[in-house]
Design a protein around this ligand. Structure first.
Ligand code: ADP
Ligand code: MG
Length: 230
């Protein structure tokens, strides 16, 4: 039965900031269901609320109103600590600026989400499996600053998928890469997530990603103004 339930269910999700007396509304009461296994592209101009929406879905940011349920769990009702634990086990994040930890090696970066989830045996083998999957098996002992931007993002993708989360959120993952490297990274992200039937929500401007997506959402001024299947 639970397989029929959407993986992501947003009900009346609003987010606003107060600046002095003014209220700046960033998300306007968003209702949204995303099914398990859907690959969804999120579009919209700068400032339309894409990152805010992703962060609210990922439990990094709390909405001002409404509820966010992931895998039938209302994450907006969880304590900070429980939400962190939930995020660690259910969600992988890929960011525009990679966000690898500079003092850890590539392998250690990938091991981190496994260790945080309490995986003791098999973690190193899992990390190497992921490194091979992103074509960087030879760079396990390198530090992130020794890698190109494209390589760092491939490592970040491996890290995001290491703990096998059902949901991958990616916020302009190629925004800091040249177009050829970006295309390669996006293809890898698609291939790895399709192969493991992940649900993916990706902020992107890539026409190629939009073309292969199951669904395209467009945000404008904090509202979803388009919801289509390409
Ligand atoms: P996008 O990712 O689509 O470019 P964002 O979600 O980053 O948009 O931002 C949407 C709006 O929310 C912007 O107007 C931005 O200035 C505002 N915003 C984001 N974070 C904050 C914050 N911490 N405080 C005040 N305003 C914010
Ligand atoms: Mg953004």
């Amino acid at each position: 039965m639970s397989g029929q339930q959407p993986l992501i269910q947003l009900t009346g999700v609003g987010k606003s900031y107060h600046e002095g007396d003014a209220e700046h509304i960033v998300l306007h009461g968003i209702d949204l269901d995303i099914r398990r296994g859907e690959f969804v592209a999120l579009l919209g101009p700068s400032g339309s609320g894409k990152s805010t929406l992703l962060n609210v879905i990922g439990g990094i940011d709390a909405p001002t109103t409404g509820t966010v349920a992931i895998d039938d769990i209302d994450i907006t009702a969880l304590s900070e600590r429980d939400r962190t634990l939930f995020r660690r086990s259910h969600i992988g994040f890929v960011f525009q600026f990679f966000n690898l930890l500079p003092t850890l090696t590539v392998e250690e970066n990938i091991l981190l989400p496994l260790e945080l989830n309490g995986m003791k045996t098999g973690a190193s083998a899992r990390a190497h499996e992921l490194l091979d999957a992103v074509g960087l098996g030879a760079r396990a002992d390198s530090y992130p600053d020794r890698l190109s931007g494209g390589e760092q993002q491939r490592i970040a993708i491996a890290r995001a998928l290491a703990h096998d989360p059902p949901l991958l959120l990616a916020d302009e993952p190629t925004g800091n890469l040249d177009s050829e490297t970006g295309a390669h990274v996006l293809k890898l992200l698609q291939d790895l997530t399709r192969a493991t039937q992940k649900t993916v929500l990706i902020v992107t401007h890539s026409a190629e990603v939009i073309r292969v997506s199951d669904r395209v959402l467009r945000l404008r001024d904090g509202s979803i103004v388009e919801d289509t299947a390409p």
